[in-house]
Design a protein around this ligand. Sequence first.
Ligand code: PGA
Length: 256
Amino acid sequence: MAEVVIVETPDAAGEVAADEIEQLVRSNPRAVLGLATGSTPLTTWRALAARKLDLTQVRGFALDEYVGLPVGHPESYRSVISREVVEPLGLTPSLVRVPADSGPIETAGVDYEAAITAAGGVDLQVLGIGSTGHIGFNEPGSSFASLTRVKTLTEQTRRDNARFFDSPDDVPVHCITQGLGTIMRARHLVLLAFGAGKAAALAGAVEGPVTASLPGSAIQLHARVTVIVDEAAASQLAYADYYRYAWANRLDWEKL
Ligand code: PGA
């Protein structure tokens, strides 16, 4: 079962996630981080930036990217990752990849998988979860074995992400995303979720049946998962009291 940490606020969650990343980077300055975009990881990036660690040797791989936005579009995940992660954390731009950032789209998935493999795999993957239950942009129905590839976004995800664009019609229809199989190869998954709008997807991912209909449920098959959520996102968890009890009683060597 995933370790589930329930905290009061997204800021507190960001600190817990930053603790995990800091511990990794202190033990391996060349660690490979899986980077997520969206609103959810922002408190993590902020907490980490405030620690002023030397992250210049860290390698990074973004989870996903829109297909069809002009190069340099402020909402392309290349731009978002530069603005929200690379610059504030002091990462080295050439060590951070985003899917389809070079070469033709047809081979971008295979390319990206090869680059992750060549880097030795992802040590810690930061994840949000969509209201559809997606992780990365793996929408319902995605194979648990899937690798980086082009996908079609659901209308729900396009509506959810419309807030970042001038008009809902501007949200791309297609994306390229690490697959569930790619994500599952990361050595540690850190999944964050905030707000009541995520409660159903989160409960399904952590406690529901393992099913491609709720792609986030793939995390139940991973040996090392840390789920960090606020009270609202935790509100539909059947075992919330147990998670709180387990966290309060964690052994000294489990504390960061
Ligand atoms: P959000 O998106 O962090 O902007 O809510 C999460 C996701 O879609 O995976």
